[in-house]
Design a protein around this ligand. Structure first.
Ligand SMILES: *[C@@H]1O[C@H](CO)[C@@H](O)[C@H](O)[C@H]1NC(C)=O
Ligand SMILES: *[C@@H]1O[C@H](CO)[C@@H](O)[C@H](O)[C@H]1NC(C)=O
Ligand SMILES: *[C@@H]1O[C@H](CO)[C@@H](O)[C@H](O)[C@H]1NC(C)=O
Ligand SMILES: *[C@@H]1O[C@H](CO)[C@@H](O)[C@H](O)[C@H]1NC(C)=O
Ligand SMILES: [Zn+2]
Length: 375
C-alpha cells in the first residue's frame, strides 16, 4: 500500500504542474513558507489558523499519516479532472470490532476556504486528544472518521492562482469554451431537476449527466461501497451559519426529518455555547433554496440516516472571504457542533439509554433569509 500511495502522490505533485499549474506566474503562488519566511518542516509549526494552498495540504496529509501511523491512514479515492490525486484520511483505532463510519468532506465548493481549514482542524483535534479525552476515545471504539479535506482540488487551486471566487470544478465543456461543474449539483439524486442549470456558463451547472465528474464518481463509489457502515455523512461549506438537512430537491420531509432537526438543533446549541454564534437549522429547501444533485440528499437516499450540510461563518459580512483571524473561533465552535452530532449518532447505535430515541418535536423554522450568492 505504501509504495503505491507514494507513487500516486508523486504523480499528483508532478502531473498537475505540467497540466497547468505552472502556467500561472510565480507571483500568484505562495511558496511553502510561513510569515517569517521559513518553511514549515514539522507538524508542530503548521498553522491551523491560516489558509493553506493545496501543495501544503498535500504535505500536511502526508505528515499527519506519518506521525500518527497507529491511527491514521491515507487512502486514494480517485483522480480529479486535472489528474490530481484525491485522498481521504481514515482515523481508526485498531480493534477487532466492526466499526461504523462518520464521513466528512470539505471544499466541494472551491471558494469556501474555511471548509478545508475546518477539516484540517478537526483531524488535528481528534489526533491530539484521542488518547486523553474520554469522549473522543469513546467514539473511536466503535467509529472511524473518514475525512476528505479538499474535495474540489482543481477548483481550490484555481482560487489560489486565478479567481478567488471560483466555485465549480475545472472540467472543460463545449470544446473548451466554458469550464467547471458544480459538484454539489452533480450527484445522482433527482439530477438537474431544480436549483441547477444545464448551461455550463452557469455557476450551478449540473454537469453532463448524473455523476459525470470524476470527483463526484470518486466520492460516490467510495460511499456506495461502504454504505452499510456509513452512519453519518457531513459535508462542510460556507457561508450562512446553517445546519441543513435533506432535502434540497423537494420540500417533502425525509424519513427521519424530526430526528435530524432535533440532532441538528442540539448541535447548533452546542456551537452557540462556545462563542455565541447563531446558526439556523432546517431542511435545505425550507430554509435556503432548492437544489438537486447535492451530496447530502444523495447520501441520505442511499440509506445513510444522518446526513447534513453545514454552512460555516459568516453571515454575509465577509462571505467567502472570511478573514484568517476568524478561523480559530469558527473551527472551535464548529468542532462543538460536530462532536454533538457524533454524540447523538453514537448514542443511537451504542448506548442502551439512547438519546437517539426521538420524540416528535415542533420545529420552529426561522424566517427565510435571502442570500445574494450561492453557497
Ligand atoms: C467542437 O469542435 C469540433 C471541431 O471544430 C466541432 O465539429 C464540434 O461540433 C464542436 N463541438 C461543440 C459542442 O461545439
Ligand atoms: C443513478 O441512480 C439510479 C438509481 O436511482 C441508477 O439506476 C442509475 O444507474 C444511476 N446512474 C448513475 C450514472 O450512477
Ligand atoms: C413528495 O411527496 C408526494 C406525496 O407523497 C409524492 O407524490 C411526490 O412524488 C414527492 N416528491 C418528490 C420529489 O419526491
Ligand atoms: C445571521 O442573519 C440572520 C438573518 O438576518 C439572523 O437571524 C441571525 O441572527 C444572524 N446571525 C448572526 C450571528 O449575526
Ligand atoms: Zn458551498
Amino acid at each position: 500500500m505504501k509504495p503505491l500511495l507514494g507513487t500516486l502522490y508523486l504523480l499528483g505533485m508532478l502531473v498537475p504542474r505540467g497540466l497547468g499549474y505552472d502556467r500561472f506566474p510565480a507571483r500568484h503562488r505562495r511558496e511553502v513558507v510561513d510569515k517569517t519566511g521559513s518553511p514549515w518542516r514539522s507538524l508542530e509549526t503548521y498553522s491551523y489558523d491560516r489558509y493553506h494552498p493545496m501543495e501544503e495540504i498535500y504535505q500536511w496529509m502526508n505528515q499527519i499519516s506519518e506521525k500518527y501511523t497507529e491511527v491514521v491512514t491515507q487512502h486514494f479515492l480517485g483522480m480529479t479532472y486535472e489528474t490530481r490525486p484525491l485522498y481521504y484520511l481514515q482515523i481508526s483505532q485498531p480493534s477487532n470490532n466492526p466499526k461504523k463510519i462518520i464521513w466528512m468532506d470539505c471544499g466541494i465548493h472551491a471558494r469556501e476556504w474555511i471548509a478545508p481549514a475546518f477539516c484540517q482542524w478537526f483531524v488535528k483535534e481528534i489526533l491530539q486528544n484521542y488518547k486523553d479525552n474520554s469522549r473522543i476515545r469513546g467514539f473511536l471504539k466503535n467509529l472511524d472518521f473518514y475525512v476528505l479535506p479538499v474535495l474540489n482540488i482543481d477548483g481550490y487551486i484555481y482560487t489560489w492562482t486565478t479567481d478567488r471566487l471560483w466555485r465549480k470544478s475545472r472540467s472543460s465543456h463545449n470544446n473548451g469554451t466554458c469550464f467547471g461543474t458544480d459538484l454539489n449539483r452533480n450527484f445522482n439524486i433527482s439530477w438537474c431537476s431544480t436549483g441547477a442549470s444545464q448551461n455550463c456558463e452557469d455557476i450551478t451547472f449540473c454537469g453532463t449527466g448524473p455523476a459525470s465528474e470524476p470527483e463526484t464518481q470518486a466520492v460516490s463509489s467510495l460511499i456506495e461501497s461502504q454504505k452499510e457502515n456509513v452512519v453519518c455523512f457531513l459535508t462542510i461549506h460556507s457561508y450562512g451559519q446553517l445546519i441543513l438537512t435533506p432535502y434540497g430537491y423537494t420540500t417533502n420531509k425525509s424519513s427521519n426529518h424530526e430526528e435530524l432537526i432535533q440532532v441538528g438543533q442540539k448541535a447548533a446549541n452546542a456551537l452557540k455555547a462556545k462563542h455565541g454564534t447563531n446558526y439556523r437549522v432546517g431542511a435545505s429547501a425550507d430554509i435556503l433554496y432548492t437544489t438537486s444533485g447535492s451530496s447530502k440528499d444523495w447520501a441520505h437516499d442511499i440509506g445513510i440516516p444522518f446526513s447534513y450540510t453545514v454552512e460555516l461563518r459568516d453571515n454575509g459580512t465577509f462571505g467567502f472571504i472570511l478573514p484568517e483571524t476568524q478561523i480559530q473561533a469558527t473551527c472551535e465552535e464548529t468542532m462543538e457542533a460536530i462532536l454533538s452530532i457524533v454524540d447523538d449518532v453514537y448514542a443511537k447505535y451504542w448506548s442502551s439509554n439512547s438519546a437517539g430515541k426521538v420524540t416528535s418535536t415542533a420545529v420552529v423554522l426561522s424566517l427565510l433569509t435571502s442570500f445574494t450568492s450561492l453557497l
